[in-house]
Design a protein around this ligand. Sequence first.
Ligand SMILES: [Zn+2]
Length: 508
Amino acid sequence: MIQKVEIFDTTLRDGEQSPGISLSAKEKVEIAKTLERMGVDIIEAGFPVASPGDFAAVNAVASEVSCRVAALARAVPKDIEAAAKALQLAKSPVIHTFIASSPIHMQYKLRMEPDVVLKKAEEAVKLAKSTGARVEFSAEDATRSDWQFLVELVEAVTEAGADVVNIPDTVGYTMPWEYEKLIKHLLSQVKGLQKTILSVHCHNDLGLAVANSLSAVKAGARQVECAVNGIGERAGNAALEEIVMALKVRNSEYELETNVITERLYQASRLVSSLTGYPVPKNKAIVGENAFAHESGIHQDGFLKERSTYEIMTPESVGYPKSRIVLGKHSGRHAFKERLQELGYQLLDSEVEQLFNRFIELADRKKTVDDKDLEALLSTQVTGVDIMYELQELQVFSGNESMALVKLKKGTEIIKEAAAGDGPVDAVYKALERATALKVELLDYQLQATTGGTDSLGEVMVRISYLGKNYLGRGLHNDVVRASAEAYLQALNRILTEGSEAVGTQFS
Ligand SMILES: [Zn+2]
C-alpha cells in the first residue's frame, strides 16, 4: 500500500500573518473552497482567540467546507475553548494547540520552567481532546530545543492523546540533514510515536523551508504544513506547490503520495495572489510566469526536438494554462460564468450577475478581456466588503497643482468634497478622506496594467493603516486615477465593514 503524506495548508493562518495581508471572512472562504477542491487534507483557518474577525472567519470556513478544518490555540484554556467554539460547525474539527519548547522561548517569552511547560502541554492536549476534536500539538521552536526535553514533551502529549505532533522549525534555522536526524531521533526514542502522525512546519528564513520539509518526510514525517505561494510570517512558509510537485516528480525517491490534484495548483496560486495582494515572482518555482519558459537558443532547440531535454514536468501537470482564454462583449453569461468557475470562483447567481454587468462595462472600453483582466475584476469585486460609500462622480484637474472633486453616496445621503494635492491621486485621496472623515495612513500603492496595450486596464492596490490595523483595497478601470479612487474607497469601506479591532498577538 502506498503511504500518504497529508497536506496541512496554513495559507489562511500563518500565510495571512504575512506583513500587510488581511483577508475578510468572505475571501478566506473563497480560498478555503479552492483548497478543498484541490485536495488538501487540512485547512488551518485562523487563530480564533486573536480577534473577533479571526473567530468569525474560522467559523465561516468551518461551515463552508467538509474537509478537516484546524484552529490555532495557545496551551491555555481560553484559547482552546475559543477554538472549539469557532469550529462548532466543522465536520472534522482539529484543534491545533502549541507551546514553546526551546530554552530561549521558555526563559524569555513564557518565563516558565521546563516542567511547567510539560504540564501545560499535557493539560492543553487533554482539554482539547475532551471537546471531541482531533488534536494536533506543536512544540514551538522545536529545532532550537534540547532533544532530550523534546523527547519527554512529545511523549507526554502523545500519552495525553494528541493525534498529530508537529515539530516546527519556527525560525527557519535548521539544516536539512539536522532536521532529518531530529525526526528520526524522535521516531526512535519516543514510545508510542509510531501510532501518531509526525508533522513538520518550516519557515524560509534561510531559503530552506521546502528542503527541510522534504528531509523530514524522508525521515518519516507524514504531515507537512505549508502555504500556497509560500506566504507566511517573515520570509514565509514552505510553498505548498513546491512540496507537492517535488513529491510527485521525484516519486521514486519517496514512494509517497499526496491527495492534491496538481492540475489545480496554478489556479490556487493565482487566487491567493489576487486576494492577498502578494504578487508571485516571475521566476517562482512551479507557478511563476516563467516557470515553463525557455529563453536561450540552445534550450529552445533541445526542447523543440524533445520536451524532456529541458522539462522535468509539464505545464499541464500544474494547471498552467496553455493559452489565455479571451472573452469579448459578445460573450454570453454562460461562457462568462464557466470561465469564473475555471478560475476557481464558485459564486452565487446574484454575484455573477453583478460581475457580468461590470464585465460588459469593461469589454465595452477594451475589445478583449482575458484571464488577467478577469482575475483583477474578481479580486476587486469578490471581497465581502460592504459598500458603505459609493463613488458617484469623480472630476480631476491635473496641472502644476491638481484638484479633485468627489461625489459619494452613503445610504440616502450625498456627500461632495474637493481637495487640492500634489498630483491627481493625492488630490483624490485627500478629497475622499474629507468626504468619509476617516484619517488614515497610506502604506502602499501599486499600479499595474493587467495586460499589454495602451487600452489595458489599470489595476490599483492600496494598503492603508487605521488605528494600527491594515486594510487592503483594489480598483480596476481603464482610467488609472479612477482605479486609484476605487481602490482607496474600497479600503475605507473595509474599515467600516470589518471594524477596527486591534490585532491580537500572533504566532508563527
Ligand atoms: Zn509558522
